[in-house]
Design a protein around this ligand. Structure first.
Ligand code: ZN
Length: 120
């Protein structure tokens, strides 16, 4: 009795699988039928290419812009360093002139007035 029941169960399972397979076959045939009538939408390739080109151009500009920003910040940093170097060089020069006490322009004794005349 138990064996018979198991056989019936397995047969039922088999039948279910068979039914599913049949259903799948029908669905597949339906899809095939639809595909036969299906015509791909015409794609405007030129317009698509133009859009892709435009995207590439924007991308290139973006990359260039970020490179320029890097360069700009490097230049700014360098110019600050150069500026500081220049200021310290000017200060050193003025200190040296005060020590020598001779005006580099008129060769007279260097006073504060002479020092103001020296534009650095
Ligand atoms: Zn002078």
């Amino acid at each position: 009795m138990q064996q018979l029941r198991e056989k019936i169960d397995s047969f039922t399972i088999l039948l279910t699988h068979k039914n599913r397979a049949e259903e799948g076959k029908i669905a597949l045939n339906e899809v095939r039928g639809q595909l036969k009538d299906y015509k791909p939408l015409s794609i405007d390739l030129d317009s698509l290419r133009a859009k892709i080109d435009r995207f590439h151009k924007i991308d290139a500009v973006f990359v260039k812009n970020s490179q320029n920003q890097d360069l700009y910040s490097k230049i700014r940093k360098n110019s600050r360093i150069i500026d500081m170097d220049l200021k310290s060089a000017v200060n050193n020069y003025k200190r040296l002139l005060k020590e020598v006490k001779i005006c580099p322009i008129c060769q007279n004794k260097l006073t504060d007035e002479h020092l103001k005349e020296i534009k650095l």
